[in-house]
Design a protein around this ligand. Structure first.
Ligand code: AP5
Length: 215
């Protein structure tokens, strides 16, 4: 299994697990959240259009994301296996991805859903810190850096994501339920949805994911 989508609410551990799994099985990890944050930081056209949606915890319009992913599909970036993290996030995005794959002779092996409760999401995201240089993520209190406030790898000062403020997190959860959860049904109907419990230690989640991909 080497073509996968990671689904799950904000803070369910998609990024944490996708980075490790992609490295372990030798596929590309493509996070639309990371691409958009880079675009915002660099002040590109995409970044300027995405910024206000992201700050409020709303979804960036479908056509922008679909165009972004279509480029990666058609230029062969995903040809040797991938984990898509954060895309698709709406039914129109899932339908467009399916069409792109048919057109480019590609297939999707599985859509892996990480299940985590709302309260666990709020708890995790209010403790999330990240390194602006290498993007490594930390969590208070479960995964702290050796020296408070600085990255273990490069010594950069850790930061918080603006959309991790509690009121924005609660809106992201609502948006997830209304706009993203319907794609669980989309992939269930395609018979490729696999559910994994995300509310356990990161190492236990990783072991479960390895079992899924090695099946
Ligand atoms: P995005 O960056 O994709 O945010 P998200 O889906 O809300 O996911 P997060 O990155 O917050 O969480 P995660 O599940 O990756 O968890 P993580 O591993 O980091 O998107 C941001 C925004 O961009 C969206 O709101 C939207 O505006 C826009 N966007 C992106 N894609 C889009 C699209 N396709 N269409 C439209 N708009 C789009 O873990 C979270 C924390 O928990 C970390 O601190 C981590 O250390 C900790 N943690 C992880 N696993 C565990 C564990 N097992 N136990 C305890 N703590 C854990």
């Amino acid at each position: 299994m080497k073509n996968m989508i990671f689904l799950g609410p904000p803070g369910s551990g998609k990024g944490t697990q996708a980075v490790k799994l992609a490295e372990k099985i030798g596929v590309i990890h493509l996070s639309t959240g990371d691409l958009l944050r880079t675009a915002v930081k660099e002040g590109t056209d995409l970044g300027k259009q995405a910024k206000e949606y992201m700050e409020k915890g709303e979804l960036v319009p479908d056509h922008l994301l679909i165009g972004l992913i279509e480029t990666k599909v058609t230029n062969g970036y995903l040809s040797n296996g991938f984990i898509l993290d954060g895309f698709p996030r709406t039914v129109p995005q899932a339908e467009s991805l399916k069409k792109m794959f048919v057109k480019n002779n590609m297939n999707m092996d599985s859509a892996i859903l990480l299940q985590v409760s709302d309260e666990e999401v709020v708890r995790r995201l209010s403790g999330r810190w990240f390194c602006p240089t290498c993007q490594r993520t930390y969590n208070h209190p479960s995964n702290m850096p050796k020296n408070e406030g600085v990255c273990d790898d490069d010594g950069a000062k850790l930061q918080r994501r603006p959309d991790d403020e509690e009121s924005v997190v609660r809106n992201r959860l609502e948006v997830y339920k209304k706009q993203t959860q319907p794609i669980e049904e989309f992939y269930r109907n395609e018979s490729i949805l696999i559910e994994v419990t995300g509310e356990q230690a990161p190492t236990a989640v990783f072991e479960d994911l390895l079992k899924v991909v090695n099946k």
